[in-house]
Design a protein around this ligand. Structure first.
Ligand SMILES: Nc1ncnc2c1ncn2[C@@H]1O[C@H](COP(=O)(O)OP(=O)(O)OP(=O)(O)O)[C@@H](O)[C@H]1O
Ligand SMILES: [Mg+2]
Length: 451
């Protein structure tokens, strides 16, 4: 390794820091930084691009878990090794959820630590929680296990069926991307996917747009035209912004959904159509039903399987993943050499509430790419952003609860074994039960030889 590995030791006991520092500095490749508590550690992260963190759990000012939660929230995805004398199952699992790569118990065996650091550093990709493409459900976007990952688990179940899906979510949360992915993961994937923007359908256009018309059916109908239902036959019809349909359009749509038959305007012949319906809206449809502005019977037809996409501010772990994803795609599109973003850039994004959700993040990255003259996006490439005032991270201070028998590693191993056993060997299920990413589970299985 020619570039030194910047290692941050976070521990409130000076002699522990000193002991680790001297051992690491005996090796040719470590550059060591120290912090006495979580708060100081966040300051170091803001100033240095740290490669790996050795983190004590129990510290007076900001304990290890709180620090880890804060750091992730601020976009620092640096691999972390937890070093602790206090072994509770709870904090071992909490730490894994936050992407800690490993947990070592005190007193530290320095050879073990060095071997572990070597393994992690040669495998940094694996250590970083990132876009996971390992599910059976293939999704073209990026996500994390505790964010959109949870929604994808539901989609994996509903996609192969013919059930109508209603996608709910604020503007820009990815409703259309999700709708397309349901189609792509369904047995209809070889058939057409037709997206209709219901907000653009006026009362007198809706019938001909959805069901088509015969030549001469009305003034201007110069030729026979198929409607969206017919075009989508054998595939999926995506009714976007379905909450915007006028009352007349709602009743015409309801009839088609009930009977699965349509008639072109100007024709008396009924045509059978075989379409799967996916609808989306950023309105509160249920509330609209209560208010009388959306038909209840249509609501129940559409709402067979509701899927709610959380706003981006509720899945902060995805902000850095999405940012990096958009850097890649936009740099290519604008023919720029930009290859990454600085910690400061990510930090600023992670502190923003994103009223416009993923679309707004995409736009911010695009704008930054255009402004950037170098290879890395920096804070100054972002406009003034309103800081996220709400939502302190809820770190846990469980570290002080009574120690349980066995080392943390043993406990962790036992926990994983039990979860795998309960899940009959199904790793996805076991990971879900443990509340950790599949990727983390795979890493642990390999490490503990549980294969
Ligand atoms: N998880 C993701 N990974 C990558 N790109 C994403 C993801 N989610 C959304 N996007 C991108 O963000 C943009 C907005 O997504 P989309 O159009 O699907 O949102 P929407 O909910 O339909 O928005 P609107 O309500 O404004 O119509 C698109 O360019 C989409 O490709
Ligand atoms: Mg949309």
């Amino acid at each position: 390794m020619s570039v030194p590995t910047k290692t941050l030791i976070v521990d409130d006991e000076a002699n522990h820091r000193f002991m680790i520092r001297t051992h690491l500095e005996d090796e040719p490749c470590y550059e060591v930084y120290e912090a006495e508590n979580g708060q100081e550690a966040l300051d170091v992260l803001a100033q240095q691009s740290i490669d790996i963190i050795l983190l004590d759990m129990k510290m007076a000012v900001m304990d290890g878990l709180t620090f880890l939660a804060q750091a992730r929230k601020q976009g620092y995805m640096t691999p972390v090794v937890i070093i602790t004398a206090y072994s509770t199952v709870r904090n071992a699992v909490e730490a894994m959820k936050l992407g800690a790569v490993d947990v070592l118990s005190k007193p530290i065996d320095m050879d073990e630590l060095l071997a572990l650091l070597g393994r992690i550093l040669s495998n940094t990709d694996q250590a970083e929680p990132s876009a996971e493409c390992s599910t059976k459900y293939s999704f073209p976007g990026v996500y994390s296990e505790d964010g959109l990952g949870k929604v994808l688990d539901l989609l994996e179940m509903v996609a192969p069926t013919d059930a109508s899906v209603l996608i709910l979510g604020e503007s820009g949360t990815g409703k259309e991307l999700v709708a397309r992915s349901i189609h792509e993961n369904s047995p209809r994937s070889q058939g057409p996917f037709q997206a209709v923007n219901c907000a653009a359908l006026s009362e007198n256009l809706v019938e001909s747009e959805l069901f088509g018309h015969e030549k001469g059916a009305f003034t201007g109908a110069a030729a026979t035209k198929k409607g969206r239902f017919e075009v989508a036959d054998g595939g999926t019809l995506f009714l976007d912004e379905v909450g915007e349909l006028t009352a007349g359009a709602q009743s015409k749509l309801l009839r088609a959904l009930q009977e699965r038959l349509i008639e072109r305007v100007g024709s008396t012949r009924s045509l059978a159509v075989d379409v799967r319906i996916i609808a989306a809206t950023n309105r509160d449809l249920y509330d609209m039903v209560q208010q009388g502005s959306f038909r209840e019977d249509l609501y129940f037809r559409l709402n067979v399987f509701p899927v709610e996409l959380p706003p981006l501010r509720e899945r902060p772990s995805e902000i850095p993943l999405l940012a990096k994803h958009f850097v890649k795609s936009s740099a290519k599109r604008f023919n720029k050499v930009v290859s990454g973003c600085s910690d400061g850039f990510l930090h600023k994004l992670c502190n923003y509430r994103f009223p416009g959700n993923v679309r707004e993040l995409e736009n911010l990255v695009e704008r930054a790419i255009i402004l950037c003259r170098g290879e890395v996006l920096e804070e100054q490439h972002l406009p003034q952003l309103q800081e996220n005032s709400s939502g302190e991270s809820k770190g846990s201070s469980e570290a002080s609860s009574a120690p349980q028998s066995g080392s943390i590693r043993e406990q962790q191993r036992r926990l994983i074994e039990e979860a795998l056993e309960k899940a009959g060997g199904n790793k996805s299920q076991a990971a879900r039960a443990l509340g950790i990413a599949r990727r983390t589970l795979h890493y642990k299985i390999k490490e503990y030889g549980l294969e």
